[in-house]
Design a protein around this ligand. Structure first.
Ligand code: GDP
Length: 458
């Protein structure tokens, strides 16, 4: 495999930038572009897990680009499983690019997105699920998300799925002997044990799939729309949830015309918020577009926080919103705002639409806890076990669903007294799906797809 290099730290100003070189010629390239200060020996002689302080030089001109550290990893004891050299130079965009260019001119090719992690996978350092979790760790926005990604990175998902795989392989072994050599004096297939094995595997997959939605929410955040007629306090509530002033808050009805999207952290999870124009009939062309957008966002989102000014009686527009959200079957939190001004609205109206009704006063900074509680109830996050195994993405989920489908079909075949051949075929399909999940039998296209979502340098 070629020797590749990339800047592995973000291309921005910072303390240090790291240029990672991996491949057969990694140390040969490092030897050319990095000259240790006296006393640090020669790069070619450096042992794995050692560092040298020296200069990054351009061999063509002899010019020094920077001074920094070189860390050497010898195959297979490196992230990629190949010889790897990492140059830590000063953290400037220009310096990092210059050091990278020098490496490229001296025997390296530019690394593709996720190339280092892909090599780690191809060299057997990581399973595909572990490799995917690397990206999840990088993008984790909360403690739960990080913990679940870390558990996967440590191999929990792989182990759980491998447990099912091993059980299926064992069952298939017994079945194969029976199907292929019926005349041999093999012990009878113990149907109850076979059924128990299948049921157990089905149980494990069902549990992981159940936790998927929860895991998804923790990773990506809850896609949330704050809706309500003008002036009820949507922007004020959004700012409260965000913890700083982002939307324009004014007394003029209809100020929030664009859809503004932000991310708010509520404890362990994240709301992806859009603050929309109110839903109402209007002749203003710009506002009409905003109302259309608000409806569209409601159609797409996972949660609607509908805001009402309950210091005044509800009107047709409020009911229109409640009806619209209900007609779309969306999860709804009713935020009865301006509670500091007293209540003039009939609160029982809301009970027809949702159980999650909270009196808040966004202006006085009261409402975050209520919204958090509602989210916990709605998405059952309260009972979420952060140590449970969760799939990282749709790819993994689809593989597990396929496997589950085939295992259920195998169980049905067994229960309806079909031939053991039929049972065997179904279990074999399930096994293949599981091995695609872990990457043991994933096609090149699947592997390429997985790593294409990575950043360069990882
Ligand atoms: P939006 O049009 O729904 O986004 O409403 P805004 O957030 O712009 O708020 C409209 C007006 O209501 C502003 O003057 C806010 O200060 C005021 N307001 C918002 N929330 C409250 C509240 O809880 N109590 C009171 N008394 N006023 C509020």
């Amino acid at each position: 495999m070629s020797t590749v290099c990339a800047v592995s730290t973000p291309l921005a100003e910072g303390g240090i930038s790291v240029i990672r070189i991996s491949g057969e010629k990694a140390l040969e390239v490092a030897q050319k572009v990095f000259v240790p200060f006296s006393g640090f020996g020669r790069v070619a002689d450096m042992k794995g897990y050692t560092c040298a302080y020296g200069r990054v030089v351009d061999p063509a001109s002899g010019e020094t680009a920077d001074d920094g550290l070189l860390t050497v990893f010898r195959a297979p004891k490196s992230y990629t499983g190949e010889d790897t050299a990492e140059i830590s130079c000063h953290g400037g965009v220009f310096i990092a690019k210059k050091a990278l260019r020098i490496c490229l001119e001296n025997g390296c090719e530019p690394a593709d997105r996720g190339e280092f992690t892909k090599r780690a996978f191809l060299n057997g350092k990581l399973s595909l699920t572990q490799a995917e979790s690397v990206m999840d760790m990088i993008s984790a926005q909360g403690e739960y998300a990080l913990r679940s990604a870390r558990l996967t990175r440590e191999g929990k998902l792989f182990r759980d799925i491998s447990g099912v795989r091993d059980r299926l392989v064992k069952i298939l072994g017994e079945l194969a002997a029976w199907v292929d050599y019926p005349e041999e004096d093999l012990p009878e297939i113990e149907e109850n044990a076979l059924r128990a094995g299948l049921e157990n595997s089905i149980g494990v997959l069902e549990k992981i799939l159940r936790d998927y939605d929860c895991g998804m929410i923790l990773r990506s955040g809850i896609d949330t729309v704050i809706a309500g007629k003008p002036n009820v306090g949507k922007s004020t509530l959004m700012n409260l949830l965000l913890g700083y002033d982002r939307s324009i808050v004014t007394d003029i009805a209809g100020t929030t015309r664009d859809v503004i999207e932000e991310t708010a952290r509520l404890g362990e999870f994240v709301l992806k918020l859009s603050d929309t124009a109110g839903i109402r009939e209007t002749d203003d062309t710009v506002e009409k577009m905003g109302v259309g957008l608000a409806r569209k966002r409601i159609d797409e989102c996972a949660l609607v926080i509908a805001v009402f000014d309950t210091s005044t009686p509800l009107d047709g527009e409020d009911i229109e919103l409640l009806e619209y959200v209900k007609s779309r079957g969306k999860r709804l939190v009713a935020a009865l705002n301006k509670s500091d001004l007293g209540t003039a609205a009939d609160k029982s109206v809301f009970e027809k639409y949702t159980e999650h009704i909270f009196e808040i006063s966004a202006k006085q900074g009261e409402g975050t806890e209520e919204i958090k509680k509602a989210c916990q109830e709605i998405f059952s996050l309260g009972g979420y076990d952060p140590d449970s195994t969760v799939f990282a993405n749709e790819r993994q989920k689809n593989c597990a669903e396929q496997a589950l489908k085939k295992l259920n079909a195998a169980l049905d075949a067994l229960n309806y007294g079909e031939t053991l051949d039929a049972v065997t075929v179904m279990i074999d399909y399930a096994l293949q799906s599981l091995m695609e999940l872990t990457g043991e039998r994933a096609s090149q296209a699947v592997v390429d797809e997985v790593f294409s979502s990575f950043c360069v340098g990882k």
